[in-house]
Write a protein that binds this ligand. Structure first.
Ligand SMILES: Nc1ncnc2c1ncn2[C@@H]1O[C@H](COP(=O)(O)OP(=O)(O)O)[C@@H](O)[C@H]1O
Ligand SMILES: [Mg+2]
Length: 329
């Protein structure tokens, strides 16, 4: 049995996995009413909830501490204060229980958990807060075929939501607002091959929102939320389709928190249907940051003898998906 701890950004999650089966997936997330994430505050949140969440996970999984074989910890990439807080907690537990640590790359975990859907050899659309990448596995690594050239899709949605005075996370709020939009407002559309960009789109939509505050225009903020989703998601779906055509893959798998968006899922599904490909998405609790994906990949790594004494493991805030040597596949 492997226990997994997720702590790279807003979420402190703990889960237990046994032979690929998720026995529990407990979490507590840092949220705000108005601003975005303040890294030190998020770290403080993790410090405050860690013991409670850990205990709750063991209770829900109905296991005793001594049944745990090793502790998987998300050591990269992420916000340094959050990573440090989680690492400190994992090391404390490792010392208490006399266990080894499995350092898990958060992005790789978002991708690997997708296997639970039955997808075998997909192009992965990894759409989360800080990360937006089009990925496929080849020859020992997750290769990045396309990615955002500036900000992640989730950060983009969160930033726009913040501008509208909505709190963090903003993605779900934009989705709700957008569902009431009727009119499509033309917005900048930036794609180069399989790379995308969102900062120009962000500036432009903020200007359109400013205009709406000042004078009478023929669109509402609901229309803007709707148009932002249509435009940004079309970029992702176009880049994904190009990657599928380029590499000749017949599956698309969605990963990351923005993957919870029902409109994005619908657009991915339509594209796949049109080209005779299969579309896969895990459930929301496995898309948004969670401990289960860390425990799940942690168990696979453990079975491949990838574990270390606690003092040999450190955080790596900037490790990229394609830095990871995938020796477990
Ligand atoms: N329904 C949704 N629609 C769009 N974005 C969403 C939705 N639910 C969550 N998100 C976004 O997902 C992001 C968090 O995803 P996650 O994978 O947990 O991110 P990260 O690992 O980068 O912190 C946030 O930016 C949040 O706004
Ligand atoms: Mg994530």
């Amino acid at each position: 049995m492997i226990i997994g701890i997720e702590t790279t950004a807003h979420t402190f999650g703990v889960a237990v996995v046994d032979h690929g089966k998720i026995l529990c997936n407990v979490r507590d997330s840092y949220t705000t009413e108005k601003g975005g994430i303040i890294p030190m505050d998020a770290a403080k949140h993790h410090r405050n909830v860690s013991e409670t969440i850990f205990k709750k996970a063991l209770e829900e999984a109905k296991i005793a501490e001594k049944e745990i074989k090793a502790i998987a910890i998300s050591n990269a990439p992420g916000l340094a204060p959050c990573l440090s807080e989680g690492m400190k907690f994992a090391k404390k537990k490792a010392a208490e229980l006399g266990l080894l640590l499995i350092p898990v790359n958060h992005c790789a975990a978002h991708l690997e958990i997708g296997r639970i859907t039955g997808s075998k050899d997909p192009v992965l659309l990894y759409a989360s807060g800080a990360n937006t990448q089009i990925i496929a596995y080849a020859d020992g690594k997750y290769r990045v075929f396309g990615e955002t050239l500036d900000i992640g899709i989730g950060n983009f949605l969160d930033n726009f939501a913040r501008y509208l005075g909505l709190g963090f996370p903003g993605g779900p709020k934009i989705m709700e607002l957008g569902s009431k939009g009727k009119k499509f407002v033309e917005l900048p559309y930036t794609i180069k091959g399989m790379d995308v960009a969102f900062s120009g789109l962000l500036t432009n939509v903020k200007q359109k929102y400013d205009a709406l505050q000042k004078k009478s225009v023929d669109y509402t903020k609901e229309d803007l939320a709707y148009s932002v989703q249509e435009t940004a998601f079309a970029l992702l779906v176009e880049a994904s389709e190009r990657a599928m055509a380029h590499i000749g893959k017949k599956e698309l798998l969605l990963g990351g928190g923005v993957g919870c968006n029902t409109r994005l899922q619908e657009m991915c599904k339509k594209m796949c249907e049109a080209r005779g490909a299969a579309f896969f998405a895990p459930g929301n609790s496995l898309l948004i940051d969670n401990g289960a994906m860390i425990a799940y990949l942690g168990e696979i790594m453990f079975n491949h003898k990838i574990f270390f004494p606690a003092d040999e493991v450190d955080i790596n805030p900037r490790e990229r998906t394609d830095d990871v040597q995938v020796t477990w596949r």
